[in-house]
Design a protein around this ligand. Structure first.
Ligand code: SIN
Length: 290
C-alpha cells in the first residue's frame, strides 16, 4: 500500500487503521451533495486503502443512494430482496431470533454475476454493544505474496462462481440455508445470471494492479472437477485471508464502510446472539473482470 500522505488531500483527513488495508476518513458529510473534487479525493482514498470508513454520518436511504450513484449504477442483489420503499437498499438485519447472519463468510460481493459489484457501501443503523465487526482482506497482497511458480500456474485459470454455492451453505440452497434462520427475505433470481466464470487473477481497471479474485462463491475451477479444484480453492481461501492481509472494523451507529470488491474480500462476524444489528447496504455496478 503506498504511504499515505494527508497532504495529498485538501478536503479529507485519512488515517490508516491497519498495515495492509483500511483507513478512516474524516472531514466529509456524506449526506451532502459533494463536489467533484471531494468525490475525487474519496476515490483516491478508496484506491489507496481498498476500504474506507466514515464515522458519525446521518444517511437516509435517499442520501445514501445519492452518494452511491456518484460511482455508478446500483447493483441489485439477485437473491436478497431490498427494502419495500427502496428496492436498491438492502437492509441487513439480525435480531436475537436469527441464528445466521448475512455475509458471515469470506467473499467478494456478487462475484457470481456477469458484472460483479464494483463497490459496496454499508451504513450502520443499529449495532450491538460489542461484536458484529467486519473483517476485510487485501487481495493484491494475497496475489503478490505467492511464489513466482504459483502465480504463473494461477495466471491463466478461471473460477466458476455460483450464487447458490452449496459448499458455503452447508450443502443447501441459499433459501434452505437461510430458512427460519434469518429475518431477511430471499427472492428468486429470475433471469439474472447467477453462475459465472471469471479470471482467478484479475486486473484492477483503475490501478492496473493484479489481485487474486476468490471468495466463498467460487465452487470450482474451469475445466476441472470439483474434487480436483477443492484443494487449490481451499489453499487460496486460507492464504488470502491470512491475518497480516486483513483489517477489522468496529462499527458504531452512523459508521459507513465503502469497500472495493475488485481487490478485497470481507467477512461479517456473527458473535452477538442476544443483540440486534441493522445495516443499510448499497452496491455499485462494476465491469466484467479481466
Ligand atoms: C456483507 O455485505 O457481506 C455484509 C457485511 C456486514 O454486514 O458487515
Amino acid at each position: 500500500m503506498p504511504e499515505l500522505r494527508n497532504s495529498q488531500y485538501r478536503h479529507l483527513e485519512v488515517s490508516r487503521i491497519a498495515g495492509s488495508l483500511g483507513a478512516e476518513v474524516e472531514g466529509v458529510d456524506l449526506s451532502r451533495d459533494l463536489d467533484d473534487e471531494v468525490i475525487g479525493e474519496i476515490r483516491q482514498a478508496l484506491l489507496d486503502n481498498l476500504v474506507i470508513f466514515f464515522r458519525d454520518q446521518r444517511l437516509t436511504p435517499d442520501r445514501q443512494l445519492a452518494f452511491a450513484r456518484r460511482w455508478g449504477d446500483i447493483h441489485l442483489h439477485p437473491y436478497m430482496a431490498g427494502m419495500d420503499d427502496y428496492p436498491e437498499v438492502l437492509e441487513i438485519r439480525k435480531t436475537p431470533a436469527d441464528k445466521k447472519n448475512f455475509g458471515g463468510s469470506w467473499h467478494s460481493d456478487q462475484m457470481f454475476t456477469a458484472k460483479p459489484a464494483m463497490g459496496t457501501m454499508l451504513y450502520a443503523k443499529e449495532v450491538p454493544s460489542a461484536g458484529g465487526d467486519t473483517l476485510f482482506t487485501n487481495q493484491y497482497l494475497a496475489y503478490e505474496s505467492l511464489s513466482e511458480g504459483m502465480r504463473a500456474m494461477l495466471d491463466p485459470l478461471k473460477a466458476v462462481s455460483r450464487g447458490d454455492n452449496f459448499s458455503s451453505h452447508d450443502g443447501k440452497t441459499r433459501k434452505e440455508f437461510y430458512a427460519d434462520k434469518i429475518s431477511m427475505k430471499v427472492k428468486d433470481p429470475g433471469e439474472t445470471q447467477t453462475t459465472t466464470t471469471h479470471p482467478l487473477i484479475r486486473t484492477h481497471p483503475e490501478t492496473g494492479r493484479r489481485a487474486l479474485y476468490i471468495g466463498g462463491h467460487v465452487h470450482k475451477l474451469e475445466n476441472m472437477t470439483e474434487a480436483e479444484s477443492r484443494p487449490l480453492i481451499d489453499f487460496l481461501m486460507q492464504h488470502s485471508t491470512r491475518p497480516e492481509f486483513t483489517c477489522r472494523f468496529r462499527w458504531q451507529s452512523g459508521s459507513v464502510a465503502f469497500w472495493d470488491n475488485r481487490c478485497t474480500q470481507h467477512f461479517a462476524i456473527n458473535d452477538y446472539p442476544a443483540e440486534t444489528r441493522i445495516m443499510h447496504r448499497v452496491t455499485i455496478c462494476g465491469d466484467t473482470p479481466f
